[in-house]
Design a protein around this ligand. Structure first.
Ligand code: BES
Ligand code: MN
Ligand code: ZN
Length: 504
């Protein structure tokens, strides 16, 4: 799909379709009024007759509207003008896209990007509209024999903004949206891939391919033998029961000066989490192919970063492994020596993510990182705490928390900070080792973060638990592409700080 932005008046547009909003109760938007005027009250007559109320979800397709140059006019319900929320805005866009795709229009000019949402500007409106459009058009059908092809799909979409002054912001919104959407798509494609194909090796192949495609990216793979030499025995213990060996993929993006310390992103990459010997129940176990959602989001963010060509250094790590039960699998009761030297008593082999991540968090010390953010589908408890709309953020560092929460707000990729006070550490005590790998039922998301914090003492670190947000279950099952938008925004903000620092 091709996107563009412009600033024009609706009556002058010559397009296959022109999209304008109707507010509740039966009130035309600004662009709608302009079309009404030129058509000598054609639209207001329809509204008075009650053909569309303006409720969210309503649409009305019109053909041959008098004096209008465009072939079709699509009226879209936008609810009460003053109460329009961000979620509703995205819903309205999605409804518009599915409606347009079902008709013959190959291109359209959309005036919904002019809608006002409290606290948001044109940049946001354009960026979210494009991200929502791409999200809505996404499907994963590579394993379907008969693909459901739209007969005449929408090919070109233009978003209109209120004045020429707004065009620069709109262009920036467009540019960022395209990078984020392409990253989110890469994330979804990787995460939706079945676990018999998407193994740790497959993750490493994708990482290598990304390095071949972008000049500023070089990829390095650390295989199981090298991990053994590095004494990453906790990571390796998780992978032991699987026929698919572990691979850790390092995607290094070099956009800054050589002396600029890198930002490190670490993604949990369990290509399948059966629970191991502490086997999970059968229902819904297929969804544990998404336990590499953190790694997929790092992959997507690295792609977005390369597309944006940002002047920073970033290392994205996909911590690939598969957790399976087997005769040689690790077991409850085992005591592991982590790369850091600290010992861990395994009380549950299903708390495997932290055992993989802890060694990677020790490994990354060698990069002397500016900061490290790990992204992981780490705990079911996070779904209990925050549900499916909000990711959990935990960090002992106020500044980094603030940066990530700002990025979350700017990108509308929601996150919420949970505490990680020292008191919680006590839950991880073990009678036999330095710590246990689980902290009991209370605050399971926080004790998991506390576990990781023991391996991150030498740098600034934050943890994102995306167990509830990385994928959707049910009829609409699939990867959400989150939190690629948040991560990319964080990197955009970092690069802007770099540029200001360099110029001052
Ligand atoms: N990958 C799971 C967490 C998970 C579960 C994410 C369900 C999304 C949906 C993780 O490896 C896990 O199994 N965690 C355990 C930890 C427990 C054993 C302390 C959990 O959450 O039950
Ligand atoms: Mn698990
Ligand atoms: Zn897991």
């Amino acid at each position: 799909m091709e996107f563009s932005v412009k600033s024009g008046s609706p009556e002058k547009q010559r397009s296959a379709c022109i999209v304008v909003g109707v507010f509740e109760p039966r009130r035309l938007s600004r662009a709608g009024e302009q079309l009404d005027e030129i058509s000598e009250g054609y639209l207001s007559t329809l509204l008075r007759r009650g053909d569309i109320e303006g409720k969210i979800g309503q649409v009305l397709f019109l053909h041959n509207v008098p004096n209008v140059l465009s072939e079709r006019v699509l009226l879209v319900g936008c609810g009460k003008e003053r109460e329009l929320t961000e979620t509703q805005y995205k819903q309205i866009i999605a409804k518009t896209i599915t409606t347009l795709n079902d008709t013959g229009a190959l291109e359209a000019i959309c005036f919904l990007s002019e809608l006002h949402i409290k606290g948001r500007d044109t940049y946001w409106a354009v960026r979210q509209a494009i991200e929502a459009t791409q999200d809505c058009l996404y499907n994963f059908d590579q394993f379907k024999t008969n693909k459901e092809n739209t007969r005449r799909p929408l090919r070109k979409l233009t978003f209109n903004v209120t004045s020429r002054k707004e065009l620069a912001r709109a262009e920036l919104g467009l540019q960022h949206a395209l990078a984020v959407s392409s990253g989110a798509k890469a994330c979804k494609d990787l995460a939706n891939m079945p676990p018999n194909i998407c193994t740790p090796l497959y993750l490493s192949e994708q990482a290598i391919a990304l390095g071949q495609r972008f000049e500023k990216i070089t990829t390095e793979i650390v295989d199981s033998e090298q991990m053994a030499e590095l004494k990453m025995d906790s990571y390796l213990a998780v992978a032991k029961g699987s026929a698919n060996p572990a691979y850790m993929s390092l995607i290094k993006y070099n956009g800054g000066n050589a002396d600029q310390k890198p930002i490190v992103l670490v993604g949990k990459g369990l290509t399948f989490d059966s629970g191991g010997i502490s086997l999970k129940p059968g229902a819904g176990m297929d969804e544990m192919k998404y336990d590499m959602g953190g790694a997929a989001s790092v992959f997507g963010a690295m792609k977005a970063l390369a597309k944006l060509n940002l002047p920073i250094n970033v290392i994205g790590i996909l911590a690939g492994a598969e957790n399976m039960p087997a005769g040689n699998a690790y077991r409850p009761g085992d005591i592991l020596t982590t790369m850091s030297g600290q010992t861990v008593e395994v009380l549950n082999t299903d708390a495997e993510g932290r055992l993989v991540l802890c060694d990677v968090l020790t490994y990354v010390e060698r990069f002397e990182p500016d900061c490290v953010v790990d992204i992981a589908t780490l705990t079911g408890a996070c779904i209990m705490a925050l549900g499916h709309h909000i990711s959990g953020l935990m960090t002992p560092h106020k500044g980094l928390a603030h940066e990530l929460l700002s990025a979350s707000n700017q990108s509308s990729d929601k996150a919420w900070q949970l505490p990680m006070d020292d008191e919680f550490q006590k839950q991880l005590e073990s009678p036999f080792a330095d710590m246990a790998n689980i902290g009991g039922r209370p605050a399971g998301t926080i004790t998991a973060a506390c576990f990781l914090s023991r391996f991150t003492k030498s740098y600034t670190w934050a943890h994102l638990d995306v167990a509830g947000t990385a994928w959707r279950s049910g009829a609409n099952k699939g990867s959400t592409g989150r939190p690629v938008s948040l991560l990319t925004q964080f990197l955009i903000n970092r690069s802007e700080n770099e540029t200001t620092a360099a110029n001052s």
